[in-house]
Design a protein around this ligand. Structure first.
Ligand SMILES: [Zn+2]
Length: 60
């Protein structure tokens, strides 16, 4: 089995982890109610997608 010959330095370890950051989800605005929603998803507030009623939504 392959075994690492040298200990990974704090610098190299942290450089590897520099890409492991959480990113905020991208949001788009619903054309029906103006609420923030995920793109290509049914609006959780009014339940519409592409001008059609898909689900009930929150009714407010
Ligand atoms: Zn909406």
């Amino acid at each position: 089995m392959a075994v690492p010959k040298h200990k990974t330095s704090k610098s190299k370890r942290d450089m590897r982890r520099s890409h492991q950051n959480l990113e905020a989800p991208s949001l788009s605005t619903c054309p029906e109610c103006g609420e923030a929603k995920l793109p290509h998803h049914v609006c959780p507030s009014c339940g519409q997608y592409k001008g059609k009623q898909i689900t009930e939504g929150k009714e407010d």
